[in-house]
Write a protein that binds this ligand. Sequence first.
Ligand code: HEM
Length: 366
Amino acid sequence: MRKASPVRYDATRHSWDVFCYDEVLAVLKDHDTFSSVRPKLGPRLLGSVIGEDPPKHQQLRNIVSRAFTPKTVADLEPRIKAIITDLIDQAIEEHGHFDFVAKIAVPLPVIVIAELLGVPIDDRPLFKHWSDVIAKGATENSMSGLATLMSEKTQAKEELDSYFLHILNERRVDPKEDLISHLVQAEVNGEHLRDEDLLEFCILLLAAGNETTTNLLTNTVRRYCEDPSLQVYLREHLEAIDVATEESLRFYSPIQATNRYATKDVQLGGHIIHEGDQVVVWIGSANRDEQQFVAADTFVMDRHPNKHIAFGHGIHFCLGAPLARLEAHVALPAILERMYAMHFEMDGTLQPIPSSLVYGTSQMEI
Ligand code: HEM
């Protein structure tokens, strides 16, 4: 697509696709022309900062970014270490071989985000279910498939709303040292956030922070298994792991695409995109653009420079990037040191998660 039609209109989805790095960056940089506010097409499932434009975007981002200061994130390191150690102990002792996704890659980010938000860890299976439903991509072309997906998502959103509303009310009465208490007390222009904004925040953090980090860990360990020499090298050079993780973010980008909506007629890649049109920017494709990356389809473990845009670009650049990087920074050395000679333990090929927006596998026996 990058060569044949770097920018194209897909009539079946009534949407533009943008595939090349420069054009993707141009869209993400120009938030005046390419808005993140979804026109009123139905219930908004992932709202909050990610679905707002300035000035509201900046106000909301300021509040939540206080929870993600370098210090707050760095303070989580010992806790992340303890969690990953426990998860590896359980995985190895119980089985010897196991599903990496279920045993490690799913629970680690869920526990971390649950602790950060201040919600009971025992509710983990509920979070996993809700964030899976919300993250499911609209890959269906048929209206009936799309309708089923939308009703599933609406139900998950209602369940999440009532779950978090209960916790918000508890924290108003009895604040604790957690992110939800912080959000409840936060003010924008002298006013507390409305319940609707608070709920959107909580749900965004849950959905944005879980599946993405799960896939970063799974995709990276998949790469270790595909290329055993990588494991051998990184085990002997633990200091090289973070750079290789950045290459994993480029090579197997956990988020493949994000949406924008044109606020006026605009020219892009030789086409006129009309006001109101949906524009899908393909991050995964931009990260494999041969014009930007030498040997783009090769995993170069020490690639430098590596200007991947796996965490997005511009005003919506991922707020959780330092946290996701820290989880990988702590978990991957522990995994390499404790799990020797990892290899796939399965007959068939890996089953991709059925979504056009997230990239990972739903199971990975190793
Ligand atoms: C935004 C990717 C982990 C919270 C984004 C965006 C991308 C992204 C591509 C930009 C979306 C857009 O421009 O429309 C990822 C990846 C992750 C990850 C690949 C893991 C490997 C996390 C974590 C959290 C988080 C752990 C929080 C706990 C957010 C938030 C935004 C965001 C709040 C919206 C920022 C804004 O609109 O200003 N992420 N993310 N993400 N991410 Fe992440």
